[in-house]
Design a protein around this ligand. Structure first.
Ligand code: HPA
Length: 279
């Protein structure tokens, strides 16, 4: 059997967060590679490092600080994950679902997930933001779904619907903010691959044929747990590089982190604007 989560695992981890913070979050946010500085906008921050939370998957990758920041952003109580873990780091998929389960246990209604991604759509440029309208769960189709294993019926159904993973009202709010702030945003389909290799040109041509706009190694497992547990989910990719469909250019983690510097101010404007519009 795999490393499946129990209600007790979730409760123990959530209680550990409660011993460090009295914030009752309404919104949970996950900050991807190079996007962690967004957490600096949180007021009256309280910090919980991942190693203080039993069972929490600890991030091992540069660009991920590895702590929770609880406080307020635009008058909304928030819990922000400054850094996340990925499947390629070696955790089982169900374990990667623990952070979202804990945020749900702490009371979030809304989950906002961000990531750094490669542009598969040739119209996208590094530095663009892309609002996810849907995803291709490639890694899940191949058998690695975070819901694999005994279903926790108290939290959600065995066979959850995924026709509208990304909440349409939240997408509409994001578009409204983008119009008002004159901040152009792209939209499209994100695919989650296992990583850690970047894609070959053949991988990328295949993904493009399959209708993919951006490629990365995260977000989809978190969005699935989000929906399973009844959270409203919004996700945004920060496009960090052009995918290398012709095989002429290389992709590096350094350029992904470098792009974060351009993306953080844009993402901050977008997400603060969305939080302001939440009633
Ligand atoms: N491929 C996969 N994941 C990524 C990329 C990419 O090009 N850029 C940032 N994350």
């Amino acid at each position: 059997m795999g490393d499946f989560l129990t209600m007790q695992d979730i409760q123990t981890a959530a209680d550990a967060v409660r011993t460090h913070s009295d914030v009752q979050p309404r919104v949970g946010m996950i900050l991807g590679s190079g996007l962690g500085p967004l957490a600096e906008s949180v007021s009256d921050p309280q910090y919980v490092t991942y190693d203080q939370i039993p069972g929490w998957p600890v991030s091992t990758v540069e660009g991920h600080v590895g702590r929770l920041v609880l406080g307020e952003l635009e008058d909304q109580p928030v819990i922000v994950m400054q850094g996340r873990t990925h499947y390629y780091e070696g955790y089982d998929m169900p374990r990667l679902g623990l952070p979202v389960r804990v945020m749900q246990n702490l009371g979030i209604e809304i989950l906002i997930v961000t990531n750094a991604a490669g542009a598969v759509n040739p119209d996208f440029e590094p530095g663009d933001l892309m609002l996810l309208t849907d995803h291709l769960n490639f890694i899940g189709m191949a058998g690695n779904n975070p819901l694999r294993g005994p279903n926790l019926d108290e939290l959600g159904p065995r066979f959850p619907d995924m026709s509208k993973v990304y909440d349409r009202d939240l997408q509409a709010l994001a578009r409204m903010v983008s119009d008002e702030a004159k901040l152009a945003i792209q939209q499209g389909v994100y695919v989650c691959l296992a990583g850690p290799c970047f894609e070959t040109p053949a991988d990328l041509r295949f993904l493009r044929t399959a209708g993919v706009d951006a490629v990365g190694m995260s977000t989809v497992p978190e969005a699935i747990i989000g929906r399973h547990g009844g959270s409203r989910v919004m996700a945004v990719s920060g496009i960090s590089n052009k995918a290398n469909l012709d095989g002429e250019t290389e992709t590096t983690h350094e350029e992904v982190l470098e792009a974060g510097k351009v993306l953080v101010p844009k993402l901050t404007t977008l997400l603060r604007g969305v939080l302001r519009k939440l009633s």
